[in-house]
Write a protein that binds this ligand. Sequence first.
Ligand SMILES: O=c1ccn([C@H]2C[C@H](O)[C@@H](COP(=O)(O)OP(=O)(O)OP(=O)(O)O)O2)c(=O)[nH]1
Ligand SMILES: [Mg+2]
Length: 151
Amino acid sequence: MNLSIKVEIKTLPGSEGLELPRRMSELASGYDLYASVTEPMTLEPGSRALVPTGIALAMPAGLEAQIRPRSGLAFKHGITCLNTPGTIDADYRGEIKVLLINLGQDPFVINRGERIAQMVFQTVPDTDLIQVEELSETVRGAGGFGHTGTK
Ligand SMILES: O=c1ccn([C@H]2C[C@H](O)[C@@H](COP(=O)(O)OP(=O)(O)OP(=O)(O)O)O2)c(=O)[nH]1
Ligand SMILES: [Mg+2]
C-alpha cells in the first residue's frame, strides 16, 4: 500500500528551534510531538496539564489526527494522555495541545523539546445518522459488557 496524503503543518510562535513532528522509524504509525514549553513544567503525581506542541495543522476532509500516549513514558513514569486518544478535527486550526496526566508516584518534569505523545492520522468516513423505529436484528442483539464470558 502506498497512499500518501498531504497534511499542511504550521509552526507557531514560541516553537523556534523545535523539530517538526516525525516518525521515529520507517513504518511507525505515530509522529512524535515535542513539548513547546518555555520553562520546564513539573507534573505532580495525580495532576494534569495541557502541554503546547507549537504546531497547527490543516488536513483534508476525511482525516482526523489522534493524540496517543507514548508507552515508554506510561511504563516508566505513569505519564499518559487523560483523554486518549485525543481527537484533532480536520477543521481545527489552533495549536495542538497534549493533555497529560501523571499517574505515577513521582513528580515528572517536562522539558522543552521532549517527546511527550504521538499523533496518528486516521480516515473518518462521511456518515449520516438515519433515525429509524426498529434496528436490524443480529445474533448478539443487546448483549454486551462481558456478555460472551471470559473464556
Ligand atoms: O488532545 C487534544 C484534543 C483536542 N484538541 C483540540 C483539537 C480538537 O479539534 C479540538 C476539540 O477537541 P474535542 O472535540 O475533543 O473537545 P471538546 O471538549 O468537544 O471541545 P469542542 O467543543 O471545541 O469540540 O481541541 C487538542 O489540541 N488536543
Ligand atoms: Mg468536540
